[in-house]
Design a protein around this ligand. Structure first.
Ligand SMILES: [Ca+2]
Length: 163
């Protein structure tokens, strides 16, 4: 499974810590900024290919819908950064994210059917990515990516291949 940990300005000790972790587990480190993500989202074909792939991975019972337990896997994989004050790792302990998970799930489930279909998933993931891009602005952000096919790695690759 892909694992993306996105964090607004990584600096000082935390940065060193992340680099160390990266070296240890051989993660690839890519630097992204807002325009990288925006150009990825704009390339609809590539974007949908990635999103659809994610959807299929999360849809563990293969019914074409994401129910809450399936969807939560995504939220657990991605560290959602709501505020630019930094990563909210550590500190508050486990379970603090469930209220956030609930509201994110409801935001994705447009028709309130209790499950997320591919169309809803595409639409909301696009918003998430664009929101992330807006938050990043032109500030490069370092990300540690565990494997080669994660969404943001694909965004970075797309940019480097299009010069
Ligand atoms: Ca399902």
């Amino acid at each position: 499974m892909s694992f993306i940990r996105a964090c607004f300005p990584v600096s000082g000790k935390k940065r060193l810590h992340r680099e160390l972790i990266g070296a240890i587990v051989k993660m690839s480190i890519v630097v992204l900024d807002g325009s990288t993500i925006r150009s990825f989202v704009k390339d609809e074909e590539a974007f949908h290919r990635s999103i659809d792939d994610w959807f299929q991975r999360l849809d563990t019972n293969r019914d074409g819908l994401l129910f809450y337990p399936e969807f939560v896997q995504l939220l657990q994989m991605i560290s959602w950064v709501v505020e630019p004050s930094g990563c909210n790792e550590g500190g508050e302990g486990e379970g603090g994210g469930s209220g956030l998970y609930d509201s994110v799930f409801r935001a994705f489930d447009h028709d309130r059917s209790g499950a997320i279909d591919l169309g809803e998933f595409r639409t909301e993931m696009k918003k998430v990515m664009l929101g992330m891009a807006e938050g990043l602005g032109s500030l490069p952000v370092q990300m540690l990516l565990e494997d080669d096919d994660s969404l943001l790695k694909q965004a970075a690759d797309l940019e480097s291949s299009s010069e």
